[in-house]
Ligand binder design. Structure first.
Ligand SMILES: [Zn+2]
Length: 328
């Protein structure tokens, strides 16, 4: 099915409410490269979105169970262990930011929206936190002793009181949401004064996006409905009563692989995101000749990815916007 249309839907921007947009680019879908989508940019706030917007039913077709990973693991063994280690490091950093380096007084409450299999919540649970996760209604079951409560319903339907949480996490989630502005407003209500929002999104104004265009790995169409530049996200948060306390565009786990896979996409457009697909296949790790070929190419590209990672981060043009904001 082709979703590409020339007409611009007048539906208001889901961050600022403006109704004028300009064409940005056409790009293929992530999984097959066979469908094409049009991205348009809000002339007022710079938020980029798929145009026309897809319905929930249309989007759900792009979230097969394999998207979340088979069983409890999404990737092959060594990468899975690295993911858990990174989650523990992230939990420690968020706690330090929340308390500005001091030890927390009493257990804290954490809400992870779009928590996936809950790597970060498991890390927080091991520290004694009260942990809640939110996921799509069709998300696979988690094991009963995961250490957190999984809610499979829209955030607006959860009856948490005002100021209930110390930390809310939106880690590579905002770009998936049909209405990111409303969700940010609800998060402001859910956080206690001084509470911390930690969010990360692909950086649409990054060097990688400018260089690779429709081949950029982190476009992830059509699952990424919205696309953020750093000033767009900053302004959207400040308008809703957040104070930005930390901004960076370096994310080791996202940016290096994003460069490599984007370059591979550019070199071989008939097999988009093939290395990523092979690394996360549910039957497990199998070093066949195809995977070996892709890994060899990735190895050759890795030094370039490292250089891009270092230099782009110096001017906040790395591939990921990582932002911490305190609720005023
Ligand atoms: Zn806007």
């Amino acid at each position: 099915m082709i979703f590409n249309q020339e007409a611009v839907d007048p539906a208001p921007c889901r961050l600022c409410g403006a109704t004028t947009f300009q064409f940005c680019l056409n790009a293929p879908d992530f999984d097959t490269g066979q469908a094409s989508f049009t991205l348009c940019e809000c002339r007022s706030c710079g938020l980029v979105r798929i145009e026309p917007l897809l319905t929930e039913a249309e989007l759900s077709r792009f979230y097969p169970s394999v998207y979340y990973g088979a069983g409890q693991e999404k990737f092959v063994g060594p990468i899975e262990r690295l993911t858990r280690w990174l989650a523990r490091q992230q939990a420690h950093r968020l706690l330090q930011s929340l308390n500005e380096g001091r030890q927390p007084v009493g257990p804290i409450r954490i809400l992870d929206i779009g928590c996936g299999r809950g790597s970060l919540l498991r890390a927080f649970a091991q520290m004694g936190g009260e942990c809640h996760g939110v996921e799509r209604a069709d998300f696979p079951d988690i094991e009963p002793d995961a250490g957190f409560v999984l809610h499979r319903q829209p955030l607006a339907d959860l009856a948490f009181p005002d100021g209930h949480f110390d930390i809310v996490v939106l880690w590579h989630v905002l770009e998936h949401l049909a209405d990111p502005g409303t969700v940010l407003t609800e998060i402001h209500r859910l956080l206690r004064p001084g509470g911390l929002l930690a969010c990360a999104v692909p950086n649409f104004s990054s060097w990688q996006r400018r260089w690779f265009g429709p081949d950029w790995f982190h476009l992830d169409l059509p699952r990424h409905v919205h696309h953020f530049e750093l000033p767009t996200l900053r302004h959207g948060l400040e308008e809703r009563g957040f104070q930005i306390v930390k901004v960076e565009t370096r994310a080791l786990d996202q940016n290096l692989f994003g460069f490599v896979q984007s370059a591979l996409n550019r070199l071989r457009r008939s097999r988009p995101n093939r290395l990523y697909a092979l690394l996360r296949r549910p039957e497990g790790f199998s070093l066949d000749s195809e995977l070996a070929g892709w890994l060899l190419a990735a190895g050759i590209l890795s030094p370039l990815a490292g250089i891009e990672y270092m230099l782009s981060g110096l001017t906040n043009q790395g591939a990921t916007v990582v932002m911490q904001a305190r609720r005023c």
